[in-house]
Design a protein around this ligand. Structure first.
Ligand SMILES: C[S@@+](CC[C@H](N)C(=O)[O-])C[C@H]1O[C@@H](n2cnc3c(N)ncnc32)[C@H](O)[C@@H]1O
Length: 249
């Protein structure tokens, strides 16, 4: 049975089958605002945190990296500074609007595609990243089987996510900020209803997302090993896993 990252959000799209088109439209329309909105929304901490996480989890030259859901390239740009080049980076995303922004930033390989069906050969990458996009896939199990397939033996997976805190006070603050304040400020600063809608949807998917234990189980079920979750500031989840076998780089 397909494992959904969150239930069907019928306020936005009628059926689960309509979700990919809805999500694509959302990001296509808001792409030009994305970097600014996540910049001030996270107090300009995004670049240094992404770079720190990549280094901390072992990205290094001469790794071949696949960045799934690359969006505007925020993870890939930091990866390129670590690798010293973008030539071994492949960026994949289903939104042409987001890819267009990413292409203007780095000379990586760009592919229009989806995590659930990667148009890439088996055993191709030393490292695979996915930043803040797990909630957008249509099937966790299909996605993780694809990650297992395209990683080389010994290759590493790093998924960055935001997870709703479990504490009462932190949970209330999280809800207030992401449900009310962030979408409101997004509209105020960008004057774009598309950007505001993107941030509203962001909250709803975080609010309804499956809990971390289910993500960890789905990663193990896909055949990945050493499956772990590292929590940063009670808010950021770093899911890591390895494809069994001998590392080549
Ligand atoms: C919140 S953005 C994250 C972008 C970037 N990774 C970052 O760290 O800022 C989510 C991205 O996921 C992409 N996305 C949505 N559905 C996807 C899918 N099924 N497979 C891969 N990417 C998807 C969207 O197009 C969007 O660019």
């Amino acid at each position: 049975m397909t494992m959904l990252p969150h239930p069907t959000l019928t306020e936005h799209y009628g059926t689960a089958e309509e979700k990919p088109e809805f999500v694509n439209r959302l990001f296509d329309r808001a792409a030009r605002h994305y970097d600014a909105v996540v910049g001030w929304g996270f107090l300009q901490s995004g670049a240094s945190y992404r770079r720190w996480a990549l280094k901390e989890h072992g990205l290094r030259p001469p790794h071949h990296l696949l960045d799934v859901a690359c969006g505007t390239g925020l993870v890939a740009v930091e990866a390129a500074t670590i690798l010293g080049t973008a030539e071994n980076i492949t960026c994949l995303d289903p939104s042409e609007g987001m890819l267009e922004v990413a292409r203007s930033k780095l000379a990586a390989h760009f592919i229009l595609g989806r995590a659930e069906q990667l148009p890439l050969p088996d055993n191709s990458f030393d490292f695979l990243t996915m930043g803040y996009a797990l909630r957008h896939v249509t099937s966790l199990d299909r996605t993780f089987h694809e990650y297992h397939r395209v990683l080389k033996p010994g290759g590493k997976l790093l998924i960055l996510e935001i997870t709703k805190p479990i504490g009462r006070v932190s949970g209330l603050f999280f809800r207030l900020y992401f449900r009310r304040i962030y979408p409101f400020l997004t509209l105020l600063f960008t004057r774009s209803h598309d950007a505001r809608n993107m941030m509203r949807y962001y909250w709803e998917t975080m609010d309804t997302c499956v809990r971390p234990d289910s993500v960890l189980k789905a990663l193990s079920d896909a055949g990945l090993t050493q499956v772990k979750r590292n929590i940063v500031l009670g808010l950021f989840s770093e899911y890591t896993a390895i494809k069994a076998g001998l590392a080549t780089a």
